[in-house]
Design a protein around this ligand. Structure first.
Ligand code: HSE
Length: 405
């Protein structure tokens, strides 16, 4: 018997209990043993819910039960999740989590603790919800040298940007609608300012490149400054604006960043709409691969957590997460990163285009109905430093969005 304890009976924790119940037979068959939820830890009571029979309020009961071999941590946040996870691992129990904050902050340390105690610390659900991307990077793409991981890693922001692109809504209206439909939290700051995607790209990059990417060093911009007008320009150019988490190896160095990015229809991430996530991976022998699916939600996320439970049950005493080493990657300075830039500038074509061309060279101006007195253009490829130097010579720039076109 594989006894499981679930820490936190919220959206994901309740999904984990449901998945283990609903797919009991197939899960047991895959494990070759019976998987049973012995405890659920939560501060609350759930009167009338069968979970009440296994509900406990004291973590010590779980950590001191030698029969519990797998702990699912779906509490979120750092406290008390870090302490509980460490104690569970030190007691030789494997831990499976969806907690991206904890993995980005303390994942390395917790993996070491797991290794020392012949246990596993697995976190498939921390990136891309139900999309099996971590297992793919850790166990499947092991013949490749990965040189790019890029993706739409946050469902909330992709929902908002999709709404803005489809309905012409402004950011605040789209955010309100996302909140009303349960796709954005009441405090959506970590999502809309890109911090959630930042943690996810740091985790994915660490596994893809086999070294540690500290999320605090990843250049991050969110989507709160994207306007309905920006989206109209994107539509007029046959493009879309997406919040991308990107990391790439360029000339032997690695850069990582999160920012709103203009992409065109040729980009495989262009058609990823609504709350869906997708991760694009490039390997030197594989070429391109895309992983697409539900990036959030109770059951999709629980699907990834329970898959980790199955992995832990099948690999007892065997450490399976081994692609993320202690050596920290020194990321390339953002100023050295090369790309193209979509720029909106105030002024009439007749009055301002010559100034723009003097600074940025020959560019193709774009105008959209309803925004007289301004136009847009996409620069040729240059470094961020070069862009900043040139932009400083044009005082009438309204906005800049990075472009991968
Ligand atoms: N807030 C996250 C998102 C949840 O919108 O993608 C899944 O990590």
């Amino acid at each position: 018997m594989i006894y499981v304890a679930v820490l936190g009976y919220g959206t994901v924790g309740s999904g984990v209990v449901e998945v283990i119940e609903r797919n009991r037979d197939s899960i047991n068959k895959r494990v070759g043993d019976e998987v049973e939820v012995r405890y659920v830890l939560d501060l609350r009571e759930f009167p009338g819910n069968p979970i009440q029979d296994v509900l406990v309020h004291d973590f010590d009961i779980i950590v001191n039960d030698p029969e519990v071999s797998v702990v699912v941590e779906t509490m979120g946040g750092l406290k008390p999740a870090f302490d509980f996870t460490k104690r569970a691992l030190e007691a030789g129990k494997s831990v499976c989590t969806s907690n991206k904050e904890l993995v980005a902050e303390h994942g390395l340390e917790l993996m070491h603790v797991a290794e020392m105690h012949n246990a596993n610390y697995l976190f498939e659900a921390s990136c891309g919800g139900g999309i099996p991307i971590i297992r793919a990077l850790n166990s499947s793409l092991t013949a490749d040298e990965i040189d790019e991981v890029s993706g739409i890693l946050n469902g909330t922001t992709n929902y908002i940007l999709t709404k803005m692109a489809r309905d012409g809504s402004d950011f605040d209206t789209a955010l309100k609608e996302a909140q009303q439909n349960g796709y954005a939290e009441r405090n959506p700051e970590a999502d809309i300012e890109g911090r959630d995607a930042c943690r996810k790209i740091a985790i994915l990059s660490s596994i893809a490149y086999g070294r540690d990417v500290r999320y605090q060093k990843v250049y991050t911009e969110g989507i709160s400054k994207i306007t309905a007008e920006d989206m109209k320009y994107a539509n007029a150019m046959g493009c879309s604006i997406k919040l991308l988490g990107q990391s790439r190896i360029v000339n032997g160095g690695i850069y990582a960043m999160v920012c709103p990015t203009l992409i065109n229809v040729d980009n495989p991430l262009y058609s990823v709409q609504g709350v869906f996530n997708a991760i694009f991976v490039h390997g030197n022998v594989l070429g391109d691969a895309m992983f697409y699916g539900s990036g959030a939600g109770s059951l999709p996320t629980a699907s990834a957590v329970v898959a980790d439970v199955v992995d832990c049950a099948k690999h007892r005493g065997d450490n399976v997460m081994n692609q993320w080493s202690d050596e920290e990657i020194s990321l390339i300075d953002i100023d050295e990163v090369r790309g193209r830039f979509f720029v909106r500038v105030a002024g009439s074509l007749a009055g301002e285009l010559n100034n723009v061309k003097e600074v940025f060279g020959d560019v193709e101006p774009v105008s959209i109905p309803g925004t007289a007195g301004e136009f847009g253009f996409i620069t040729k490829e240059m470094s961020e430093r070069e862009y900043k130097e040139k932009a400083a010579k044009l005082p009438d720039i309204i906005t800049m969005i990075r472009a991968r076109v």
